[in-house]
Design a protein around this ligand. Structure first.
Ligand SMILES: [Zn+2]
Length: 249
């Protein structure tokens, strides 16, 4: 009997879990329209049929892993917000943290989603925002790194993440981390195929006080190997900040 779900490389782990196969086994690969390949809703619908046994972390009631604005944006800029959201899968019961703790920078980057939306609108740029808290699994850390699934963030202990089994950690990776990064890869690949230039800008915010130490910077600009854009942004920000402020600010 063929597997009742799209069997692509991306959802391979999910399919092998559904069938109880070992990850090294191969299964037939039926034709699948490209638009469905990474559609998590499809996987959830399969689970919703009740015809398969599936111990997924996310349920149909959980919000989507990521949000996208201006999917057809014409700008070369591709904006990402790794820490835009503070959702927690229902099964994790808020990680036993209070609403106050989950409202602080411990759980997400305050204000970065709005920054992303405004930049996306001004630039007509593709924007992708991760919807789940970094406390579930950090979209900005390599999987397996000590702070990938943090047990301590500044002074907040996340006891629910302590002693996590490899199976539970894997579910967070497969269901919360991987779909977001796969979507970014897909977008970059699609642009390359269309010979469209891409400038990937990762947006973050940082708390003005960390471990009782004030941070005097208003903005930080980081770059990898190519400093050209960072220099231009820094120059632009400096010229703006030297202008006299007007109105109520
Ligand atoms: Zn961040």
């Amino acid at each position: 009997m063929p597997p009742p779900y799209p069997n692509t490389n991306e959802n391979y782990n999910m399919s092998t879990r559904l069938l109880g196969r070992s990850p090294r086994e191969t299964v037939p690969r039926p034709f699948l329209p490209p638009t469905l390949r990474h559609d998590e809703r499809f996987a959830r619908a399969i689970v919703g049929t009740g015809l398969v046994s599936f111990d997924a972390l996310l349920s149909e009631d959980d919000p989507p892993v990521f949000l996208i604005e201006r999917a057809k944006g014409t700008s070369a800029f591709l904006l990402t917000c790794d820490h835009a959201g503070r959702e927690i899968p229902h099964k994790l019961a808020s990680l036993s943290l209070s609403e106050h703790e989950l409202s602080t920078h411990v759980a997400w980057d305050l204000g970065v989603a709005e920054l992303g939306r405004r930049l996306s609108a001004r630039l007509d740029a593709f924007l992708i925002m991760h919807n789940y808290s970094r406390l579930v699994i950090d979209a900005n850390r390599p999987p397996g790194a000590p702070d990938s699934i943090p047990t301590l963030c500044e002074r907040t202990r996340i006891a629910a993440n302590e002693g996590l089994s490899s199976s539970d950690a894997r579910k967070r990776f497969e269901e919360v981390f991987q779909p977001y990064h796969q979507r970014i890869r897909d977008e970059l690949d699609a642009r390359s195929a269309r010979v469209c230039p891409s400038v990937l800008v990762a947006l973050h915010s940082f708390t003005p006080v960390y471990m009782d130490e004030g941070r005097r910077w208003h903005v930080g600009v980081l770059y990898g190997r190519d400093p050209r854009l960072a220099r231009l942004v820094r120059k632009g920000l400096r010229s703006r900040s030297s202008r006299p402020q007007t109105g109520c600010q």
